[in-house]
Design a protein around this ligand. Structure first.
Ligand code: AHZ
Length: 303
């Protein structure tokens, strides 16, 4: 498939303000705005051929990241921007990627990020106000939209949203040790209907490293942590403890690790797995955990 990337026009090419008066390009003037004719099938085929070619190619990936919240996306950016040779595939159950990072606390818009995670904001180009030990981004969506845009602009990243990880693939290595070797996927609407329909089998993506960042417990959350228990890798969950910002954030970053061979865990899913505190609406720990998960993934790949 040819991938011709066309430069997008600047605002000036469509709307100019000259001497306080709008001066629109000719095609925006009155009824002169024309589209080239198109057939319905062209639209459908334009989507299908790209989507299924991507699915075909990414059936074997280098790293799968489960969950496109603040931890998963920070991991994706750190990993894929430093290693353009790696096929990084993000699977997100929701239609909208971003997890809980579209708002700060109690549905308020500003987002608090404790230092030293402000260095990540400078790296991706998000402005903030400095409050000393922490910084504030004027709207959480500015952070998440910018991070998403940076991640999706990387040619080695694929994001499959509205797609749920339903299970983990396991394999046995030469020493007889079980390891995680990929994920089992289904479109989320299918995954949500297994009890209303007869068997709807999934598809798979194999990868030497899976990073799981599915957040704390919820309808979909803490997915891998819970599955590790039901598969017998782990005896029981630690369960997320109460809110303690000062304990929680360093704990999540420091504990970000390969929890079982082939599976790196990041973000709030770790609080459920280990039994550590939550931090509430402060996101430095999520960024730090995502960046550390990227380091862990590279350590495994390069071993
Ligand atoms: O949709 C989920 C969300 O976008 C997605 N997800 C969950 N299960 C999945 C599955 N397959 C695919 N089986 C799945 N995707 O994972 C994403 C998790 O994002 P999140 O924002 O919920 O988690 P995070 O760990 O990146 O960030 C947590 C942010 C929190 S919670 C918290 C507190 O409660 O105190 N504090 C902070 C900063």
């Amino acid at each position: 498939m040819s991938a011709t990337v066309v430069e997008t026009p600047t605002l000036e090419s469509t709307l100019k303000v000259v001497g306080g008066k709008a001066d629109v390009a000719e095609e925006y003037d009155g009824s002169g705005y024309r589209f080239a004719p198109i057939e319905e099938a062209q639209v459908t085929r334009a989507m299908i051929k790209r989507y299924f070619t991507t699915m075909y190619e990414r059936a074997i990936s280098d790293v799968v990241i489960v969950g496109a919240g603040s931890a998963g996306l920070s991991c994706a950016y750190s990993l894929a921007s430093r290693r353009p040779d790696l096929k990084v595939t993000i699977i997100e159950a929701n239609v909208a990627p971003g997890g809980g990072a579209w708002l700060g606390g109690q549905l308020m818009t500003p987002m608090v990020i404790r230092k030293p995670a402000d260095n990540f904001l400078r790296e991706i180009g998000v402005p903030y106000e400095d409050e000393g030990g922490f910084v504030v981004v004027k709207h959480a969506a500015l952070f998440t939209a910018t991070l998403l845009a940076r991640v999706l602009a990387l040619p080695n990243v694929v994001l499959m949203n509205a797609t749920a990880v339903e299970d983990l693939i396991t394999t046995t290595d030469f020493e007889g040790q079980q390891r995680v070797a990929g994920v089992v996927t289904n479109w989320t609407l299918v995954a949500l209907n297994h009890d209303t329909q007869s068997c709807m089998d999934p598809a798979t993506i194999t990868a030497p490293v899976v990073v799981t960042a599915t957040g704390h417990d919820g309808p979909m959350g803490a997915f891998s942590a819970k599955r590790l228990v039901s598969m017998g890798f782990t005896k029981e969950l630690g369960n997320m403890r109460g809110l303690d910002m000062n304990r929680a954030e360093p704990a999540i970053v420091n504990r970000t690790r390969e929890v079982v061979p082939g599976l790196v865990m990041a973000g709030m899913e770790l609080a459920e797995y280990d039994g550590s505190n939550r931090m509430g609406p402060t996101f430095g720990g999520m960024i730090g955990s995502g960046v550390k998960a990227a380091h862990e993934a590279l350590r495994i790949l390069d071993a």
